[in-house]
Design a protein around this ligand. Structure first.
Ligand SMILES: [Zn+2]
Length: 507
């Protein structure tokens, strides 16, 4: 669900770069109504006919000497490729004519009596919008943010934020529906499948189960066991056991070791079972072993859907710095952040990283209460030091540009793994700054959360429907609020009580 790159909505601010044949749209980046209209424009404009530029002192003189900042802040200005300046309602009609779905509005909008009606309504909104558009917490950052931000009251902030959502609501619902269709297609394609790659050295076994299936369908996370050079990584939960057994029956490959990357229930519930049926020894990190014996009681939603794993039983081995496989050796890399005990496995020869849940897409907005984003940042910085050509996630996504990995829609993502990690780092660093500023300004957590998802950022509204659905179904356990909290975790002892500590901290 989260593999999309960050679709940063901050427009190109260098007008010299803006193509001269494009319509240059000058909008007030502080105004939620203007930003919302820009979101619509970007959806309509598939052929880059327009370039949206937030009004600022710097860009106006470089664009056209006729443009004045106060005029531009008062109403929309469009600079046409012919060098004409169109303003207000006429600018709206001019833009509407560029796209088939809105063409009629554009044409009628310039005719009597609609042009008068349009100008009247536009004038009314333009006059009143500013009262609604006073943002704070960093959601606005354009022409004159300081003068607005300090005196803005929360009432104004929430009206602005709600209005922004309201204007985009059709887009939000459409994006949610399209994401749902994609999830169903990927689920269908992967149901019960095994994907053999690198001449059989790497296999992805997709795991299913009646209740676990709701997760890929609703949230987009697939359940998998990865088999790499004889090593079985994260063999799923008890509710996926039948599906794993079917895979093993069809597969002639020998399993030499069973490893868990971390102690989350969908990764560890079959460790003892798989070890018993395959005869392969179990390897876990010392911290994972502590989390697994005894395994803490899960919140009931997770226990019902994924299944409560039983305690890890002896015999098992503790992971050291390297793991021997059939033909090579893997480095064990501690990668706390997604949870404290997380490790990733790296094959330097193949330049392949079995990342587990240490990378869950560049944009990941609904973590659970185990996530510590500051530690996650440090782990990702460590991973940036590796030479990675193939990144295998713990939930069914493979990031690679390598031609020997064939296309598999919904699973193989053609993206340089290092660029994907770097994009995630950028996103987390931006969030950290946003959240730290929010706490310094003593903003309530809900306001900080909203400022981390400004509607001007495309991903904020594109994933809104899915994220809120996840929040609802997980009873708030996996949510955008948890993302904010994940930056302010107390540095409490990470050992076994962690579940309770964090659960209660999140209430
Ligand atoms: Zn996990």
């Amino acid at each position: 669900m989260n593999e999309r790159p960050i679709a940063e909505a901050t427009p190109r601010s260098d007008p010299a770069q803006a193509e001269v044949w494009a319509y240059r749209v000058l909008y007030d980046g502080q105004c939620e109504i203007c930003q919302a209209c820009v979101s619509w424009l970007k959806v309509l404009d598939r052929n880059d006919k327009t370039v949206c530029l937030p009004v600022s002192m710097e860009i106006l003189p470089a664009l056209d000497s006729r443009l004045r900042i106060d005029d531009c802040l008062r109403q929309l200005h469009v600079l046409t490729p012919e060098g004409e300046v169109v303003v207000g309602w006429d600018a709206v009609a001019c833009l509407a004519r560029l796209f088939p779905p809105t063409w009629l509005i554009g044409v009628l909008g310039q005719r009597f009596p609609f042009c008068h009606l349009g100008r009247f309504l536009y004038g009314f909104v333009a006059k009143n919008r500013y009262a609604l558009s006073k943002c704070r917490g960093g959601a606005c950052r354009i022409a004159r943010p300081e003068s607005v931000r300090r005196q803005a009251r929360f009432g104004a902030f929430w009206s602005c934020y709600t209005l922004g959502l309201f204007i985009r609501l059709p887009l939000v619902l459409l994006a949610g529906a399209m994401a749902a269709v994609q999830r169903v297609k990927t689920f269908e394609r992967t149901y019960g499948k095994r994907l053999d790659l690198l001449d059989g050295k790497l296999s992805i076994l997709f795991l299913n189960g009646v209740l676990p299936n709701t997760v890929p369908l609703l949230f987009g996370e697939l359940f998998t066991m990865v088999l790499y050079d004889g090593i079985a990584v994260d063999p799923g939960s008890p509710k996926m056991r039948r599906s794993l057994a079917r895979h093993l029956k069809r597969m002639k490959r020998r399993i030499t070791k069973v490893i868990a990357t971390h102690a989350h229930e969908e990764h560890v519930g079959n460790l003892n079972w798989l070890s018993a049926v395959s005869g392969a020894p179990i390897y876990v990190s010392p911290m994972t072993a502590e989390f697994l014996a005894p395994f803490k009681k899960l919140p009931w939603v997770r226990a019902t859907i994924i299944g409560q794993p039983s305690d890890l039983k002896q015999p098992y081995n503790l992971l050291e710095e390297v793991v021997e496989t059939e033909s090579t050796r893997l480095e064990v890399i501690p990668t706390p952040g997604h949870c404290d005990d997380h490790i990733a496995l790296y094959d330097p020869k193949e330049k392949l990283l079995l990342a587990g849940d240490a990378f869950m897409g560049s944009y990941f907005a609904t973590p659970n209460p185990d996530v510590d984003s500051r530690r996650w940042l440090a782990s990702l910085e460590r991973l940036m030091g590796l030479d990675i050509e193939i990144l295998v996630e713990g939930h069914g996504h493979i990031h690679t540009m390598r031609a020997d990995i064939p296309d598999f829609p919904g699973v193989v993502i053609r993206e340089d793994p290092k660029r994907a990690i770097s994009a995630k780092l950028d996103y987390l660093r931006w969030l950290r700054e946003q959240i730290e500023t929010g706490f310094q300004e003593q903003l309530p957590i809900r306001v900080i959360e909203a400022s981390c998802f400004p509607w001007g950022r495309r991903t904020s509204w594109e994933t809104c429907a899915t994220d809120e659905c996840i929040r609802l179904l997980s009873l708030g356990h996996f949510s955008r609020t948890e993302l904010v909290k994940s930056f302010v975790r107390p540095n409490a002892s990470p050992l076994p009580t962690v579940y309770e500590v964090r659960m209660s901290a999140s209430n």
